[in-house]
Design a protein around this ligand. Sequence first.
Ligand SMILES: C[S@@+](CC[C@H](N)C(=O)[O-])C[C@H]1O[C@@H](n2cnc3c(N)ncnc32)[C@H](O)[C@@H]1O
Length: 255
Amino acid sequence: MTNQTAEHYGRVAATYDEHWTYSPDYVQRFSQAMIDALRLTRSDAIADIGCGTGLYTRRIARDVEPTRPILCVDPVPAMLDRLPARPALRPLLASAEDLASGRVALPDDTPLDAIVLKESVHHMTDREETLDGLVGLLSRHGRILIVMLPRTIQHPLFGAAHDRFQELQPDPADISDLLAAAGLRSSVSYRTFHVSIDRERYIHMLEARYMSVLGEFSDAELKAGIEQFRHSYRDTPVLRFDDHFAFVKGWVPPK
Ligand SMILES: C[S@@+](CC[C@H](N)C(=O)[O-])C[C@H]1O[C@@H](n2cnc3c(N)ncnc32)[C@H](O)[C@@H]1O
């Protein structure tokens, strides 16, 4: 993890849930889509890697009621500190790279039946090596779900933020290829979540750099971008946009 990433999440942790919960219904629908994609069951050993504050993990735990706690892995203490203290959630301060390389062992050395990586794959420093290592942690029923934004997004950001996002964001098809290279069957599909949000609330989210791409801009650049945004959306008190997500799935092929 780069220092910039660590600093970004250290800064946004306190307001993360407020800014990312577009609406309670959004979180509910999203979690259900991940549960369905992974076909999670109560008996699965589950890990959420890059779980952040556990905004989605809590929901998954509540709806799936796994018999073992969900392993909640994140390298940023300020994010993991926000994880509710519940028996169903087991925090582990580590990066995906730490787990993949074996620097940090899985608790009880139990293989994982399901790994969720929601919006954290773009932070991996060596995606090929890290995904290969994570695949090695799967049981023979293992599945992995990588949820990520596509390279082009419809969020109402300012122009420079869209450009920078496109430069940084990996292509879901390449991530699927990495899973296949690591020995899994893999597929990419897309889900759309409709978002409707007050413009003024969205401006607060931009000011708080709610997406990590906004951490790429200096205070002055962000201010200029928000002015541009204000101008573009001056007649739109409620913003409506489609949030498209790639669901990259990998599963251990049957023997
Ligand atoms: C956009 S947030 C997503 C959090 C959560 N999955 C969600 O959807 O609410 C990205 C998370 O990835 C974590 N992260 C950054 N680098 C990471 C790495 N190398 N390995 C695992 N997680 C990482 C950050 O600390 C942050 O909590």
